[in-house]
Write a protein that binds this ligand. Structure first.
Ligand SMILES: CC(C)(COP(=O)(O)OP(=O)(O)OC[C@H]1O[C@@H](n2cnc3c(N)ncnc32)[C@H](O)[C@@H]1OP(=O)(O)O)[C@@H](O)C(=O)NCCC(=O)NCCS
Length: 171
């Protein structure tokens, strides 16, 4: 178990050992409907040329996973007025939750995107309206609720949230 003050970093997954660690991440029964099976999500991300499969590390331990989706309309089936990237399947393994790693991963994600994809101005996601822990985490990390509800999710209505990666372009 990594210490709670371990530095958190994110990396694109290229390594078999990291893939195996991600495949072993579990969530609680209650959380499963919010994120599904992480091994399945990893496989989908790796197969999709428009996505990047990302691992979250606390120290040298793989504690989480997410998918960056660069496809147009990746999130909520809609376009955005500025270049955006979708954050999907975000998870911190049950054994590692409650230590600040989720919050740390979001900070690291925004820094990583600003560095590797400076043309993307918005980070977009949907989150189930009953997923109070994740909503609180995203708010705290600086995401704002667009006020829009996405109704096509399989587990009920979802909030659509945005995080600004780059300042709005002057017109
Ligand atoms: C949501 C999730 C990523 C949070 O990860 P985490 O590492 O436990 O979160 P952190 O410890 O960094 O907490 C960050 C903030 O999130 C909120 N939070 C986290 N867990 C919470 C809980 N059980 N209840 C209420 N708020 C919670 C708090 O605001 C917390 O800040 P605080 O500790 O200063 O109060 C994790 O619970 C998870 O993977 N859940 C299952 C998958 C999921 O729902 N993913 C989101 C899909 S959109």
């Amino acid at each position: 178990m990594p210490a709670a003050d371990s530095p958190v970093r994110v990396e694109r997954i290229v390594d078999d050992a990291v893939m195996r660690s991600v495949q072993e991440l579990r969530v609680s029964g209650d959380q499963y409907r919010f994120v599904g099976d992480t091994a399945f999500n990893l496989g989908n991300s790796l197969r999709d040329p428009m996505s990047e499969a990302m691992a979250v590390f606390a120290g040298e331990t793989v504690v989480g996973f997410y998918r960056l989706d660069f496809a147009p309309r990746a999130i909520a089936g809609r376009d955005w007025p500025e270049p955006a990237v979708g954050l999907r399947a975000f998870v911190i393994g049950l054994a590692y939750q409650g230590c600040g790693f989720g919050a740390g991963a979001l900070t690291a994600t925004s820094a990583d995107l600003r560095r590797r994809h400076p043309g993307r101005r918005l980070l977009a996601l949907t989150v189930n309206c009953t997923n109070h822990a994740a909503i609180a985490m995203y708010r705290k990390a600086g995401f704002t609720d667009t006020g829009e509800l996405y109704l096509a999710g399989s587990s009920g209505p979802q909030h659509v949230m945005l995080y600004r990666l780059q300042p709005q372009a002057l017109t």
